[in-house]
Design a protein around this ligand. Structure first.
Ligand code: PLP
Length: 403
């Protein structure tokens, strides 16, 4: 086989569909976020980022940076090993205590990313609980899907956010160990699950509940414990999973739950055991970020204010956007080529960076721009984004009229 020929053919197909991924190369500058430098073929351009998952700008918070720098100077860079072989740092344990406290759980377990935590935890639960069935919301993230697939456990998909469908499917499964896997904030539509109903249905069937709060931790709840904290449901959920890489502005992932559950995953999950532990400086700065957002409301308040302002301005300008109760504003385009084109024009002509979201991240025909306003976007940034989108929308209307 001519392997390179095969690879090139597959890539050409992606290009033809408009789904070939082009990475935008930026340099974040401390103190200037969401303004960044964009490196392109013509040189360097100043742009405003509108699609960052550093939702609260904590990646540039002086205390978080200071904590990372001081710890690297004190402890060095890498952890030096897996948690099992010389890499288990005192700071890992302190961070796990901080996370367990965040969600009101007995214990927490750190992973190198949110993806790995979902993959490792779900694959271990599904593989190791005899006869387990995993009931997964049909819109769950790729990391959960892959974890479930790897477990080889039986999987049942339930309709997105439809707790009545979940109820029916749990009943049909009968007397087997059941795991209900779902998310709080679905990141592409920005919708929030009916958590109370899901938890009550799962409880009625004696199922273990597995909740991904990746897009909600730091963002919702008085202490940033996510939607489960905001709705007073955290103590009724068996396992809460999250990331340190989005609202907390660092990187890493985790699960929280009972001692027995976390110790079980710690002892059996290959994605936890056989990989180098997070650097101590990452653990320290994540701890600073979490503890800051446990008491400070100002970042969350400012972020909500920016979301409300942008939505109001989009409404005034007649730019359609998907309604939801979260911080994510999806603007539907519905075509991969147009979606990339709009994003390219925004970047090139307006210095506005919004990544096109195409298949397979979202289903074909639902391509969109996914806008995430942050506390550091100014009124002028918002005005400029709305003016740019208005101009593009007017051009599209004109092009349709002429055609
Ligand atoms: N879970 C969900 C719902 C996500 O959207 C993501 C990433 O975007 C992850 C998990 C993975 O988290 P991380 O980026 O920390 O790997």
């Amino acid at each position: 086989m001519d392997f390179d020929d095969f690879f090139s053919g597959q890539l050409d197909q992606l290009r033809q569909e408009g789904n070939y991924r082009v990475f935008t190369e930026v340099e974040r500058k401390c103190g200037q976020f969401p303004q960044v430098r964009h490196f392109n073929d013509d040189g360097v351009q100043d742009v405003t980022v509108w699609c960052s998952n550093d939702y609260l700008g904590m990646g540039h918070h002086p205390d978080v940076i200071d904590s990372m720098v001081r710890t690297a100077q004190a402890c060095g860079t890498g952890a030096g090993g897996t948690r099992n072989i010389s890499g288990n740092n005192h700071l890992h344990r302190l961070l796990e205590q901080e996370l367990a406290d965040l969600h009101g759980k007995e214990q927490a377990l750190l992973f190198t990313s949110g993806y790995v935590s979902n993959w490792a935890a779900l694959s271990t639960l599904g593989a190791r609980i005899p006869g387990a069935v995993i009931l997964s919301d049909e819109m769950n993230h790729a990391s959960m899907i892959e974890g479930i697939r790897h477990s080889r456990a039986d999987k049942v998909l339930w309709k997105h956010n439809d707790w009545r469908d979940l109820d029916r499917k749990l009943k049909a499964v009968g007397d087997r160990p059941k795991i209900v896997a779902f998310e709080s904030v679905y990141s592409m539509d920005g919708d929030i699950c009916p958590m109370r109903e899901i938890v009550e249905v799962a409880e009625a069937h004696g199922a273990l509940t597995y909740l991904d709060e990746v897009h909600a931790v730091g963002m919702y709840g008085l202490r940033g414990g996510g939607v489960s904290e905001e709705r007073g449901l955290a103590d009724r959920i068996s396992l809460i999973e999250g990331t340190l890489g989005k609202a907390y502005g660092v990187m890493g992932g985790y699960i929280t739950g009972s001692h027995a559950l976390c110790d079980f995953i710690r002892s059996y999950a290959s994605g936890f055991i056989f990989t180098t532990a997070l650097p101590p400086a990452i653990a320290a700065s994540a701890m600073t970020s979490i503890s800051h957002l446990k008491t400070s409301q100002s970042e969350r308040m400012a972020q909500r204010d920016r979301v409300a302002r942008l939505r109001a301005r989009l409404d005034e300008a007649g730019i359609p956007h998907m309604r939801n109760d979260s911080h994510i504003i999806p603007v539907h385009i519905g075509d991969p080529v147009k979606c990339r084109m709009v994003s390219d024009i925004l970047l090139r002509d307006w210095g506005i960076y919004v990544q096109p979201i195409n298949y397979p991240t979202v289903p074909k025909g639902t391509e969109r721009l996914r806008i995430t306003p942050g506390p550091l976007h100014s009124d002028a940034d918002i005005d400029r984004l709305v003016v740019a989108l208005t101009s593009l929308w007017a051009q599209c209307a004109l092009a349709k009229a002429v055609a």
